[in-house]
Design a protein around this ligand. Structure first.
Ligand code: ADP
Ligand code: MG
Length: 443
């Protein structure tokens, strides 16, 4: 039955698409109710559902002579790798090692997937499972967004699951240096031989390093062609899209564009949070959710920096033996949530007035009415932590003593830590209001 179903589908799809998209496609289960198919990853699953759903339905109708519902499931890289590693990881690797050591942490299992990197991730998984299928693959995106992590994950995976393939991961800088050294020693031939004929999978990182360097670009061009023509897998990383590589030979750029160009975008807040949480878990530490949110908000442009922030806070917490509070975090990480130019200092009273319905005079007075006290305390807290103002500046702004300000900040931190939703939401409202004011002012 399996053959019959696959045959019927294959008969309706052109050869190239079949090879591209159906190489991992298989029948997983047939019941009287439906047919379940399995594919290699989520990206392919979604693609097949979208592009080939009707075709598959039609093929099933022919085979079963009635409408037969189907579903597609995918096996994640994690599952497969765990299975395979235990089953058949060779104790001694037979192949010659011409590989820069890979960072053991840079694996698919440790990579957090979200909308900004989904395509790059899926492509990488696919390449790792079926080297040579998509050629070349060009991974691009801003600094610290996970290119090296992904390309090394490919390396790890192939290393484990395709023991017959010789994988090389190296940076473009090292590629250049090796060429220069080999030429100096009169061994240019060996270099060529090594990269053009002894490599099955070439993972070349940071190709933007070769901008403006003509000689090495020619060398890469020839290496590329030899490997490509021999059906070897090539993956290239760069901090920019091929079309934005200035001072690069056009013939190389057009080769980079022949296969898949997968761009990694700026991560959203959710992935940043997940990545931070994963790192915290990895370090076997704990940080309050409030702090995680704060990190995700401020370090979403570069995950390397986000990582640095997490490590710094954990180290601080371990050294001081006390839980880091949000105001500590602002201080330790040297951030303030609003750019100083907006004059938020003056506007804080506006924000407080609109949230609590009390005037600046009342806040500065010694009135003890509940709303006034709340507005004052939240105002002090927001000024100190979110605006990153010094103790002295806050004391002056609110006409209070330093100890009062410190005490207030500590008290609010405690309230937040104890899960006081009211205080949290008041702070959020004031900060949102400040942001809205800042936006209004800038436009
Ligand atoms: P790039 O090569 O694009 O400059 P890296 O691959 O070196 O960036 O990533 C920087 C750091 O961020 C690494 O420590 C990496 O593990 C981490 N990182 C980036 N993206 C992710 C992700 N999606 N999930 C987990 N960690 C990530
Ligand atoms: Mg990198």
């Amino acid at each position: 039955m399996r053959e019959k179903i696959l045959g019927a589908i294959k008969g309706k799809i052109n050869r190239r698409s079949w090879e591209n998209w159906f190489s991992t496609f298989d029948v997983k289960e047939i019941t009287s109710e439906q047919v379940t198919f399995e594919v290699g990853n989520l990206f392919i699953k979604e693609w097949l559902e979208k592009k080939y759903g009707p075709t598959i339905s039609k093929a099933l109708k022919e085979v079963f002579e009635k409408d037969m519902p189907f579903s597609i499931v995918y096996s994640s890289a994690t599952e497969t790798s765990v299975k395979n590693v235990q089953a058949n990881e060779p104790l001694v690797k037979k192949r010659p090692l011409i590989i820069t050591p890979l960072n053991p942490g840079f694996s698919f299992e440790n990579f957090v997937v979200g909308p900004s990197n989904m395509f790059a991730y899926s492509t990488s998984v696919e390449v790792a499972k079926n080297p040579g299928k998509f050629n070349p693959v060009f991974l691009c995106g801003g600094v610290g967004l996970g290119k090296t992590h992904l390309v090394q994950s490919i390396g790890h995976y192939i290393f484990r699951h395709h023991p017959d393939l010789r994988v090389v991961y190296l940076t473009s800088e090292r590629f250049l240096n090796e060429l220069v050294d080999s030429i100096k020693l009169g061994k240019g031939y060996e270099f060529r031989e090594k990269y053009r004929t002894k490599v099955d999978v070439l993972l070349l990182d940071d190709v933007q390093f070769l901008i403006g360097k003509k000689g090495i670009q020619s060398e890469l061009f020839h290496t590329f062609n030899e490997l490509y023509n021999a059906g070897k897998q090539i993956v290239i990383c760069s901090d920019r899209n091929p079309k934005d590589l200035e001072k690069f030979q056009d013939r190389l750029i057009s080769r980079f564009q022949m296969g898949i160009v997968a761009e990694i975008g700026k991560p959203d807040r959710e992935i940043c949070k997940k990545i931070a949480l994963k790192m915290i878990e990895h370090e076997k530490a704990s940080l309050d959710m409030e702090i995680v949110e704060l990190i995700a908000e401020h370090f979403s442009d570069n995950i390397r920096r986000l990582r640095g922030a997490v490590v710094k806070l954990i180290a601080y917490q371990q050294m001081s033996g006390e839980k880091v509070t949000p105001s500590d975090a602002y201080h330790i990480l040297g951030i303030s949530s609003l750019p100083p130019k907006i004059g938020a200092k003056e506007r804080i009273f506006l924000a407080l007035s609109s949230v609590f319905g009390v005037s600046q005079e009342e806040i500065l007075s010694s009135a003890r009415r509940r709303e006034v006290v709340s507005a004052r305390h939240i105002g002090i807290y927001v000024a100190k932590t979110y605006l990153g103002m010094s103790l002295r500046a806050v004391a002056e702004l609110f006409d209070r003593s330093h100890p009062t300000v410190s005490h207030t900040v500590r008290k609010i931190d405690e309230l937040i830590a104890s899960g006081n939703m009211m205080v949290r939401s008041q702070i959020e409202k004031v900060v949102d209001q400040l942001r809205a004011e800042a936006l209004g002012q800038n436009s």
